[in-house]
Design a protein around this ligand. Structure first.
Ligand SMILES: [Zn+2]
Length: 193
């Protein structure tokens, strides 16, 4: 774990984060909002990781974390809409995949409130990334609704896969999934993806 953190810190120092969210306005309404997180791998891996971790931790995390993420994400989006700046949004999104994936990979089981704070902190970045350009969307409310529903579905798919942890072999599969998510996050961070 220590080695993992050190590697992460060194990557942070030398990284050039790809800017998937900096330019270009948002087009349509519900469908573009719905499709964006599902087609955007930076969102997919983090959102699936939330479900995986929730399933790993069991009740109440299994339903609490998939509620906390979209709620706080909406707040992050609102902060973006009213123009409150948030530094290093792309880095925050990449870090969310790395950290949440690592939580699953290393089977980290903190108290529920700590897990909720970690998940919520990263959700702000996912929301803010789109809040800033949300007013340019054809239908901002429909876009947001589609975005949140897709997020919930990604959490659910993570939870469904995470239920494999009921069996020993499934636990290995889920932890491997967490490790892969973490590595995808590193790829985002260093700009490979
Ligand atoms: Zn995005």
């Amino acid at each position: 774990m220590t080695r993992f953190v050190l590697t992460l810190l060194s990557l942070l120092l030398y990284s050039q984060v790809a800017s998937a969210h900096v330019s270009g306005g948002l087009a349509g309404g519900f469908y573009s909002g719905f499709l964006h997180p599902i087609l955007g791998w930076d969102h997919v891996v983090a959102m699936v990781a939330v479900g995986l971790w929730g399933a790993f931790l069991g009740s109440p995390a299994i339903w609490l974390l998939p509620i906390v993420f979209p709620l706080v994400m909406a707040i992050g989006g609102a902060l973006g809409v009213i123009g409150i700046p948030l530094p290093a949004v792309e880095t925050g999104i990449a870090l969310s995949a790395i950290v949440l994936g690592a939580m699953v990979a290393f089977a980290v089981r903190p108290p529920i409130w700590i897990a909720a704070v970690i998940v919520g902190a990263f959700a702000i970045f996912h929301g803010h990334a789109h809040g800033t350009e949300l007013p340019t969307a054809a239908n901002p409310l429909a876009f947001s609704l589609g975005f949140v529903i897709a997020t919930g579905l990604l959490h659910l798919s993570g939870v469904a896969f995470g239920l494999l942890t009921r069996w020993p072999a499934g636990t290995t599969a889920v932890r491997t999934g967490g490790a892969i998510i973490s590595m995808v996050g590193v790829a985002f961070l260093v700009g490979i993806v």
